[in-house]
Design a protein around this ligand. Structure first.
Ligand SMILES: Cc1cc2nc3c(=O)[nH]c(=O)nc-3n(C[C@H](O)[C@H](O)[C@H](O)COP(=O)(O)OP(=O)(O)OC[C@H]3O[C@@H](n4cnc5c(N)ncnc54)[C@H](O)[C@@H]3O)c2cc1C
Length: 1005
């Protein structure tokens, strides 16, 4: 009578379809009824029947029970107050403590299976679920909630909220957290009063007396079954129904007439293009996969392995219970478990690709050879057949893919759609139980499967159709990177890694783009098998863009590895052409047969050996140099700065032991590769750039100036004795050296001005002179000075100078002070001012011979000086990298610095300038390798002019973007800046290089 509002449970189906959330009471709905339990308890404890129920229900808002469920009483306080209340009802003591324990006993804490299954079915349909319980705190202080929380989107406990049913506020709170309106929900409770309050708010309600009956009523209300829950399935979508009578007949036929029972059909929620169903009949659990209804593409959805019984072709498989991981980030698993899942996936793929085709009778399963080519054609056709509008990236790919087909790899069984969510894993172990979705399987190129299975790595996690790992921290998650995954695969298969991986990625995304376009087209005609088809189809464009990104990367790889200048017969000239259009042509006639005769634009194009060195060097920089930078910078401003930091010597030993040592010595100076790594100047340019990223790196690899220049001089011009005494310890990194040319009293940019004198006396030379800016002179390890002075002031200008090897501890050599660059004194090497006063050195210390000093200086300044330029490219790259990182993370005036126009312009200009300078460095290095230092003079002078100024501008922009921090010693930028500025002088003033360039330019035709 008073329950007329109950009729609201029987709303018409149209209204039920609006239902978005089901809200459950706990005790008496999800858990056994506390009232029934109270009745039993009263019998066992000889308490007058109805006492507990009366005490629970009667007495207004301030009765103990209400206070308890609002969290106002502790369990102990409640027991006391409730005992008093029961005593007042019965006039005799009631052991209520034991009632509370009974109420929370194990038996009372088990969720009713019928409700568990109903909740699974409700959630499978995409509806939300909530618990709204008048709940209480236990003696332990925890609340009583023995439910699996994962079943609910929202859990509301009265004791936590301080309000309880039937207070309308608690219902509103629940609805608000669910994000639904009252009329979009249904509430199940066993107490009429609570239901009445919900109904007054506009919620549909259902009274639960018998949970079984209640579930049937709820089923009726919602319009879908609440039993037969199978993981990852939902009720069959209205447009996807399959005729059950013919299917049942067919099953009886196939499975045998003894098979009886009711037929249960549910639909798997994923499976975008071919609808997939769970079919249970008798003891048989099967999976049915069928073609989508409607007009289909020529050879897609090749499921014709069964007759048409249900309107469209289908096939049946055995149902395999296990776990399908739909989210590639594997939420809820430990990093080690995630890694194990990916390893298992990788292993299974390798097993598929290792199937012995002959033994398995699969030799005719597909055509042999040209798999990728045929696939590109097929998917191009598919795409064209469903094209709705022009997708520019697809057009480019259709042109690009056939022109960049990979070299033929093995022919194996290929799956064609191999991804994590097509695998069924063991519920407890990282073991693949089954591989699904074989419709695209054939014989083909196995790498296409590997690339396809890595697509998730490049997709954002927000991508709705195929969740991605693009913005996940894979190391943190324990998931292998695509590169690691591929390497593991190669390990399983015993094959070397391939170079054109990006082609396969481009191809994989192209295929997905074509598939999604098909889905989209079908969604337009209403035949898509999934509600998300339409949005997914629109994503064809973003997939095509992603594919094109990979195509571009692959293009760059090919480009970088490609000979930019062929050693053809074009005449070498860098002079402006005297024709109507100014143009330049180059030839790179090899100077020595071992030198590379073409420009290698990036490390990827280097020889295997140089690439290996490059990779190892990069790893060393990452692992040891960058992490040590701050400590080394701090040391440079400490009291002990003139003593080398012990870390430097430690790292030198490590670098040496790893073979990353003396990489600078060019092949032309050391053709037998006795002393150095035997790299060409061009090869070294790439490695030297990397070392330039840190001011501390070159010394660690024994590749720092001025030692490098001095070692080269000794190697080229030194006698065997000189080599033994000085070159060997320098090569071993045991000592350091300096080069003394510049003098304060003369304009030293013109070396002919040098005035220091070298006078022969008996078997000795006596030296007198005043030098300054002598780099390295303050280092306690500096034992050798290569001294330049005049032996014969009366000889022709370029024959007056000589070079002598002067041990630093020779009497008369006094380092009078360190000089500083912008206040930085570059310890422990320093730049010293030195007095040479009657310094006596044996005649054998003369290099090459008297009057040969200028010639040696020219030789010394070839490769050695372009090393600075190579390193300056590294400086600039590092400065730009630091700048990019910084501007992305700082916000000013409402937006990240990275979005401010001037910052963008600075980044763009810096990138362009670095690239320009790098090309010129590489070209100069190549010419040194191929036509020799003399013929490369123009390019050497040009890069010496360009590189320091470029690095200075790029670093200056980076400092500006950093703000004040850029000027501090917390970052390498201030030192980069100072050093780049110094190099506009130290390597010869800009003007002198400009003079050289202009003179040579004017000499030309
Ligand atoms: C950090 C640092 C480290 C150094 N390390 C060493 C070292 O280890 N050993 C060593 O011997 N020297 C070293 N030097 C010195 C360096 O080589 C000289 O400073 C350089 O050669 C210029 O000589 P200078 O200073 O005497 O300038 P000057 O010759 O007096 O020239 C001054 C200016 O005159 C102008 N000028 C010169 N020639 C021309 C021209 N043809 N046309 C137009 N303008 C012109 C330029 O603007 C030039 O900067 C170092 C310098 C620095 C800053």
């Amino acid at each position: 009578m008073g329950f007329r509002w109950l009729l609201q449970a029987w709303v018409p189906r149209r209204a039920a379809r609006l239902c978005r959330a089901v809200v459950f009471d706990m005790g008496g709905v999800l858990l056994p009824s506390p009232y029934a339990r109270a009745r039993d308890w009263e019998v066992w404890n000889r308490v007058p029947p109805g006492t507990v129920q009366r005490a629970l229900i009667c007495g207004g808002d301030d009765r103990p029970w209400m206070k308890y469920v609002r969290g106002e009483l502790t369990a102990a306080e409640f027991v006391q107050a409730f005992a008093q209340q029961c005593f007042e009802i019965t006039n005799s003591p009631v052991p209520v403590d034991s009632f509370l324990s009974d109420l929370t006993s194990k038996e009372m804490s088990e969720q009713l299976p019928v409700m568990t299954e109903a909740i699974r079915c409700i959630r499978a349909e995409g509806l939300k679920t909530a618990v709204l319980s008048n709940n209480f705190y236990l003696h332990s202080g925890a609340s009583f909630l023995p439910l699996d929380r994962k079943q609910f989107d929202v859990i509301i406990e009265s004791c936590r909220e301080g309000i309880c049913k039937p207070d309308p506020r608690i219902y509103m709170l629940c609805l608000e957290r669910l994000g639904v309106q009252p009329n979009e929900s249904i509430f199940l409770d066993d107490i009429g009063q609570n239901l009445k309050a919900a109904a007054q708010l506009g919620m549909s309600t259902l009274k639960v007396d018998d949970p079984e009956v209640a579930v049937k009523e709820l089923e009726n209300f919602l319009g879908f079954p609440l039993r037969g829950a199978v993981p990852f399935t939902r009720s069959v979508r209205p447009t996807m129904e399959i005729p059950q009578v013919p299917l049942q007949k067919y099953l009886e036929n196939v499975l045998g007439s003894h098979t009886t029972g009711s037929l249960l059909v549910r639909q798997f929620s994923h499976g975008q293009s071919n609808p997939t169903y769970y079919v249970e009949y008798g003891d048989h659990r099967l999976v049915l996969r069928k073609k989508p209804p409607g007009k289909l593409l020529p050879s897609a959805h090749a499921v014709e392995r069964e007759y048409s019984i249900i309107g469209t072709p289908f096939y049946l498989m055995e149902y395999c219970a296990g776990h399908v991981y739909k989210d590639p980030s594997l939420p809820g698993l430990e990093p080690s478990q995630r890694r194990a899942i990916y390893t298992a996936m990788n292993q299974v793929l390798a097993q598929i690709h290792s199937v012995d085709l002959k033994a398995a009778g699969l030799e005719d399963y597909g055509k042999h050879g040209n798999y990728v080519q045929r696939q590109v054609q097929t998917w191009t056709k598919q795409y064209r057949a469903t094209e709705t509008h022009t997708i520019p990236a697809m057009e480019r790919l259709i042109e690009w893919l056939p022109l960049h087909l990979p070299q033929a790899h093995q022919v194996t069984l290929v799956h064609g759609d191999f991804r994590l969510d097509n695998l069924i894993f063991h519920p407890e172990r990282p073991q693949v139980l089954a591989v699904l979705d074989w419709e695209l399987s054939t014989l083909g190129d196995p790498i296409s499967d590997v690339a396809y299975s890595c697509m998730a790595h490049y997709l954002p996690s927000s991508f709705s159709l195929l969740k991605g790992l693009g913005n996940c921290d894979l190391t943190h998650l324990g998931i292998p990177t695509a590169e690691e995954y591929f390497r593991t695969y190669c390990g399983h298969m015993g094959i070397p890694p391939i170079e054109d991986w990006n082609f396969y990625m481009a191809f994989s995304f192209f295929r997905v783009a074509a598939i999604l376009q098909g889905v989209y087209k079908r969604s337009l005609t209403g035949q898509a098998s999934s509600a998300t088809a339409e949005s997914g189809g629109k994503q064809a464009e973003s997939m095509a863009d992603l594919a094109w990104d990979f195509a571009t990367k692959e293009g760059f790889r090919v480009f970088k590895a490609m000979p930019a200048m062929k050693p053809s017969g074009r005449p070498y000239s860098t002079w402006a052409w005297q024709g109507p259009f100014p143009r330049r042509s180059y030839v790179t006639v090899p100077h020595s047969s071992s030198a590379p005769a073409h420009l290698i634009l990036s490390p990827e194009g280097l020889s295997d050996r140089a690439q290996d060195l490059y990779r190892r060097l990069r790893r060393f920089m990452d692992a040891h140099i960058y992490p040590a930078e701050q400590a080394l910078r701090d040391h440079q401003v400490s009291q002990t700065r003139w003593t080398p930091h012990p870390l430097v010597e430690e790292l030198k030993v490590k670098a040496k032991s790893e073979g990353l040592w003396n990489l600078f010595l060019p092949l032309e100076t050391d053709p037998e590769v006795r002393y150095g790594a035997g790299l060409t100047n061009l090869e070294y340019a790439h490695l030297c750039e990397l070392m330039g990223m840190s001011l501390h790196a070159p010394e660690i690899f024994n590749c720092s100036a001025p030692d490098t220049g001095n070692m080269e001089v000794l190697l080229r011009y030194g006698t065997e004795e000189q080599k033994e005494r000085w070159l060997q310890p320098l090569l071993d990194g045991e000592i350091r050296s300096c080069f003394a040319m510049t003098e304060p009293q003369v304009a030293s940019s013109d070396a002919t001005n040098i005035e220091s004198s070298i006078v022969e006396e008996g078997g000795f030379y006596i030296l007198n002179g005043h030098k300054w800016w002598i780099s390295g002179a303050l280092d306690p390890r500096c034992r050798l000075c290569v001294f330049m002075g005049k032996t014969n002031p009366g000889a022709p200008r370029h024959k007056q100078q000589s070079m002598l090897l002067v041990p630093m501890d020779t009497p008369g050599v006094t380092v009078t002070r360190p000089l500083s660059v912008y206040g930085l004194d570059d310890p422990p090497a320093g730049h010293g001012e030195i007095l040479f006063e009657n310094v006596r050195v044996p005649k054998e210390n003369m290099l090459l011979g008297p009057g040969q000093g200028f010639e040696i200086a020219q030789g010394r300044l070839g490769p050695g000086r372009i090393h600075h330029c190579m390193r300056l490219i590294g400086f600039a790259e590092r400065a730009l990298a630091l700048m990019k990182e910084r501007v992305k993370s700082r916000v000013a005036f409402g937006k990240p610095l990275a979005e401010q126009g001037t910052i963008l312009a600075d980044i763009a200009t810096s990138r362009a300038e670095i690239e320009q300078a790098r090309l010129l460095v590489l070209k100069a290095a190549l010419l040194m390798d191929t036509v020799g230092n003399k013929a490369a003079a123009l390019d050497i002078a040009m890069i010496k002019l360009v590189a320091p100024a470029m690095a200075l501008r790029v670093t200056d922009r980076a400092i500006q973007a950093f703000g004040a921090a850029g000027l501090s010693s917390d970052y390498p930028l201030a030192q980069f800046f100072a050093w780049a500025r110094a190099l506009r002088l130290a390597d010869g003033p800009d003007e002198v290089h400009r003079m050289t360039v202009a003179k040579l330019e004017l000499q030309g035709p």
